[in-house]
Design a protein. Structure first.
Length: 145
């Protein structure tokens, strides 16, 4: 079963939801080659993202992405992404917001694939894979149509 849902629950930052969904689907099916998955992606404004961050990680303020894996073997989970944070970080790293959002999707899916970024060695490994998948995705020139 392959299910991918994306819901934009914020309006502060313009997001091409169809493009982001197609990018996520490419990563799932070609980048990670998962034969089945049930993934929901929710785009949130800073206030609800800050609430989730406080509730689940006990951190103050909004974060870029939170990943919840409900069933690792079936690749079932949710990604909560804050486009306002993506926009801010995109300016900091001199990339587009679109690129930063794609990076967050990849990052969350890598967490669901078992990658961890808590220890420095594991974080470097995850970052290398994140960069590799983002390069491959960028080369695909996926459009919203």
């Amino acid at each position: 079963m392959k299910i991918l849902a994306l819901r934009n629950r914020q309006r502060a930052v313009a997001v091409d939801s169809r493009l982001l969904r197609r990018q996520a689907q490419w990563v799932l099916e070609h980048g990670l080659a998962w034969p089945q998955y049930q993934i929901a992606i929710q785009l949130l404004s800073p206030t609800p993202m800050a609430r989730l961050n406080k509730k689940h990680l006990n951190h103050d303020g909004p974060t870029d992405i939170l990943t919840f894996c409900y069933n690792e073997s079936e690749r079932h989970g949710e990604l909560f992404i804050c486009p306002a944070v993506a926009q801010e970080q995109a300016g900091r790293f001199r990339v587009t917001t679109r690129n930063e959002l794609a990076r967050y999707v990849i990052h969350g899916l890598l967490h669901m694939a078992g990658y961890d970024d808590k220890q420095s060695d594991a974080r470097r490994t995850m970052k290398r894979e994140e960069n590799r998948l983002l390069r491959r995705l960028t080369q695909q020139r996926i459009s919203a149509d």
